[in-house]
Design a binder for this molecule. Sequence first.
Ligand code: PDD
Length: 277
Amino acid sequence: MSNVYLNGQWLPIEQAQISVLDRGFIFGDGVYEVIPVYSRKAFALDAHLQRLDNSLKGIRLAAPLNHDQWRTIIGQLVGEADQEDSSIYLQISRGVAPRDHAFPKNTSATVFAMAKPMAPVPQDWLENGIKVVTHTDDRWLHCDLKTTALLANVLLRQYAVDQGAVECVLIRDGFVTEGAASNIIVVHDNTLLFPPRNNLILPGITYDLIIDLAQQHRLPFKEAPVPQTVLLQASEIMMTSSTREIVPITQIDGKPVGNGQPGPLFKQLLTLYQSLK
Ligand code: PDD
């Protein structure tokens, strides 16, 4: 594996070490990004860096690097990656300090970045779709920030995996929010429904790109709250993320979605998304 970046140094991952007092470890006090790389080019990088700034602002942590500095680090990771297609993981924590909930004074952030091989989306998922289960969205009210405090998401994803499903679709107060690590798009009455981008969901970069594609290609779409009842009557459901792109959901809580096969709007969006890459 190529070297990773830690606080200004480049080193093999086994030698990259942080203190046990790092607030990322102690409190999950940090933010992160996952950026897909195709043919050694970071995809939608500006949007990811913009969202990183937003997450940092949301947790009141000063940006330790500017976009040009990030681009240099990412360029080096992408260039040295073992594969043409990879994903870049960036994490910034509030740094190392004696354990105390309130922010430490005069502590520098911990900055980490690595390239990871990108696992291709299984062909079976694209041809036959995936199973999901629903669960109450029991996370906090700042889901628009991409923070490393992901325990709720971890438990929700595992709840799905324990039932042989790929993802967990979250419901808050009777409305769809998103997946444990993805955004959710629902088709009802031949219209693509996108749960609104507010504090209850992560503004997915893939999700944004798909909304733009729907707009450009005049597909019928609405960004509007999606009741659970509509989810369960949907003709199509899809999930999106940087690592899984766009995947059809053909079974929810043990019942088929529509006719149980990937639908026409999914196929159209997949083709459009592939051409963007
Ligand atoms: N997660 N919502 C949540 C809660 C997520 O964790 C993710 C992605 C998304 C999709 O966002 P994007 O399209 O920008 O990847 C939505 C990443 C891939 C992860 O945590 O590994």
